[in-house]
Design a protein around this ligand. Sequence first.
Ligand SMILES: Nc1ncnc2c1ncn2[C@@H]1O[C@H](COP(=O)(O)OP(=O)(O)OP(=O)(O)O)[C@@H](O)[C@H]1O
Ligand SMILES: [Mg+2]
Length: 272
Amino acid sequence: MTSYSTPDAHQHKLYRELDMSPSASKILFDSVEISLGKRLVVKDISFRLKEHELLCIVGPSGCGKTTLLRAVAGLTSVRRGRILLDGIAITRPTPQIAMVFQHFGLFPWKTVRANIEYGLSVQGRRFGNEEIVTHLLEVMGLEDYGHCYPYELSGGMQQRVGIARALAIQPEVILLDEPFSAVDAITREMLQGELISLWENQQRRKTTAILVTHDIDEAILLGDRILVLCGSPGQVRLELDVKIPRPRTPQAIRDYPAYSQLRRQIWEALHA
Ligand SMILES: Nc1ncnc2c1ncn2[C@@H]1O[C@H](COP(=O)(O)OP(=O)(O)OP(=O)(O)O)[C@@H](O)[C@H]1O
Ligand SMILES: [Mg+2]
């Protein structure tokens, strides 16, 4: 059920102090605490994401990164605090938000084309689906693989199908959970490049994104902002802007003095 939030006086004061008014944010985490079973997984998580921003969350295994994304996707409920989308609490999955899962999450019994079309059919869209899917197959370099099943594709190709499936529904927010972790280094660099050009050319004006990664360089390459999550329960240890101009490439970003400084700050936060 979508519930409309009515922040109380205390929250209004907090929002003013932190410049975190719901209207100024696409996504707002307000003192979020999440438990899974009896385990407190993350606590005291507050941050905001402006429209069209790409936020990277970096953190060690088990600190709650996937849990946070699942909560944004409306798949996990919060125990305390709120996660707001355009000022409205997220309490269940919505077509405005799409998630690309850590381990692809494709339907093995559906072809590539049918996997990408899935979200559109769930939305009840019956017209124009074929054109949208054909366009995304081209964008992701999969035009010859529409009829294949996921097991016939490499890891990198399966991940591209996962990204295409998320983009098909033209979400306002896309959540990417370690989208390149299961592929080799060369494929990873290629997919990062594809995401960058997709983001900078097409999606940037339309979509807000959260991308989870273990990789500091990937976060600096892709993010407008970086959040370092650490500990158990996971908490925000550091929040940084990436002031390196776009377009970015893995080689070019290293020439900016900001790069080594950011890298050191994130490394130290992760190892504190
Ligand atoms: N269903 C569950 N019940 C209880 N605890 C869980 C459940 N799912 C995950 N956890 C615990 O929650 C914590 C956070 O898990 P999560 O998957 O969010 O971590 P992560 O940061 O994404 O890790 P990784 O980098 O390995 O993907 C872990 O310690 C995990 O053991
Ligand atoms: Mg995870």
